[in-house]
Design a protein around this ligand. Sequence first.
Ligand code: AMP
Ligand code: MG
Length: 353
Amino acid sequence: MTSGSIIYVDVSVKRGELIGIKRLTAMATVTLSVLFTACSREAEKSELTIYAMDTVMSLTVYGDDADRLTAQASARINELSSLWAAGDTGSEVGRLNNGEEVELSPETTELISFSLAMGTQTDGALDIRLYPLMKEWGFTTSEYNVPELNRLNELLDMRGDIHISGSTLALPQGTEIDLGAVAKGYTGDILYEMLSEAGVTSAILDLGGNIHVIGGKPDGTPWRLGIKDPRADGNIGVLELYDGAAVTSGDYERYFEDDGTRYCHILDPKTGRPAANGLCSVTVVGKEGRLCDALSTALFVMGSEDAERYWRSHNDFQMILIEIDGDILITEGLEHSFTLSDGTNSKVQIIRS
Ligand code: AMP
Ligand code: MG
């Protein structure tokens, strides 16, 4: 199970004390009604915690009909999850990996097409064809193993080009995919659209550390998200977010240690080894969850310098990079929405265009 990297922090809950979603969830996984002071009428709040896509997800929706909408959102998550579970022989991705020609759902077609485009755009840092390597390292079973160099090269060489046109797809022989780097971000976009269309103007969807928010909190103020300290309990800082997505990739989410070396679940497609380019956490903030998710993984692979370069040549996202030595780099668009936690000694540098 992965641990969430960003947690929803609600300071209004109790006496100014920071309370993370996990504790909130423990306190109340059932629907609660709260009084909206902003509009002085009772409005519904619905909270639901589910386990899907290998992680814990918490949905909090405000407004009339919130209960029904959270249930609908949860059903939709399960539906999408059953399309993309790479290890499930019945899922669309599982069948592709089994060498079958598959009639794809529109969602899978879109997600694979998007991932391939992002692969090109990130110069190969995002590569959905690493499933055989994920298996070899043991990340799919938690039976970890450090593979021989030859074996890694052999598996990297087996990747074939994927061409997607129309709705059926067969993968080149030996190629197996895994949409783990983008699936939760795209799911967030689908839920965002679904809930917005149903009239929701205030919601927070925590899809295992991929956070998607609709509007602000019911009182109109931004949501406050805790950015996890990659090397200690608690948050390194708090990010305020109003309407959009914030997605973190970190080397502490899923990893193993062998002989004093940490091996994390994000692989560098150039080497087939866990990415080790100086970063331990990357948070990407933007409008679209799928973009944030794809980039959090890809920028983690690239390392600070290339990530900075990438940011300068694209102006559709902001980011927070935490380096292994503890330094924090923040792009200028987040300068006023990120606050370092008290007692954190990290040096913060603002990246300007
Ligand atoms: P994320 O937590 O979004 O960074 O995604 C990490 C997951 O994506 C891993 O658990 C793998 O399933 C998969 N993955 C690992 N490395 C890569 C990569 N370089 N490109 C695409 N997917 C990857
Ligand atoms: Mg990702």
